[in-house]
Design a protein around this ligand. Sequence first.
Ligand code: KG4
Ligand code: ZN
Length: 340
Amino acid sequence: MKKIYILGIESSCDDTCAAVICDGKILSNIIANQEVHSKYGGVVPELASRAHQQNIVPVIQQALDKANIEKEDLSAIAFTRGPGLMGSLLVGTSFAKSLAIGLNIPLIDVNHMQAHILSHFIIEDGNIPPPFPFICLTISGGHTQIVKITDHFKMEVLGETIDDAVGEAFDKSAKILGLTYPGGPLIDKHARFGNPKAYSFTKPKVGDLDFSFSGLKTGILYFIQKQQKINPNFIKENLNDLCASIQHTIVEILMDKIKNAVKETNIKHIAIAGGVSANSGIRERLETANKHFGWTTYIPKFEYTTDNAAMIAITGYLKYLIKDFSQEDINVNARLKVTE
Ligand code: KG4
Ligand code: ZN
């Protein structure tokens, strides 16, 4: 049977990514990070779209070269339609459309949040995809949701954040501590050397399956301001303990919500997805959840946690199999929901 090659293109935020997948197996997965944002403490949309324009051709070429194929070998082009930054999405979408038209092959639009979840279906040695139905805790810089998945493209949101996303909670806490953007990975790094019980922060009180992180951020800010009045070097002298305690609080909040979701649905197959699923704290807690709670957990490989095009390519492949193609006039949707 003829092999199916899909090129995935991801440009929803500040990473320009391209990947090639063949019959569900990843052949290449290229990411160009945009360093330019770090000195601004967050992503600057204008700069992001400009950097995507500079990066997109070389990144796609690298993905094809690494996969050892020519663009004429491709069966379809999959791209992120949303959610994300409008200008960033437009770069990937316009490029995907032109390439698909030029090569006369199908175009496949992909929902970025569905793709984070569907990265679990990449065919790879040692990867067992979750069986349906399963629960996915989708945790990224823009989203925090508990999703019930009954089929590849049948998803239901059971709960979500009412304010900040968990990635924002990490990044904003990091900013308070004077760490550069994105601060999530830095908190994780320092947390390894700190005491998670050194400080305690109040957990939010919201609905069973909903999240709230804005109060936590304010609580951390007030605590730090108070301590700095007593000791101006407070952060510097206690950075590892502060990071460990913040991470511990966030991981506990996430674990409480998963427990509630298991209680409500009686589903014990639990996956995590999105940038924050790279966090060593949540990964370790879930790795032992089988022993402690009788759950079967699905933790993505590190390279499929933060934004990448492998997840776009696998979603494109799953859509290709059911011939779910896009029209050439399809538009980006910056606020696309995981259920759309
Ligand atoms: O999925 P993602 O790459 O982009 C979005 O779709 O938002 O997620 C990015 C988020 C950022 O907030 C970043 O700080 C966070 O994921 N993140 C982490 C870690 N690695 C990335 N947060 C905590 N620990 C990490 N190791
Ligand atoms: Zn993402």
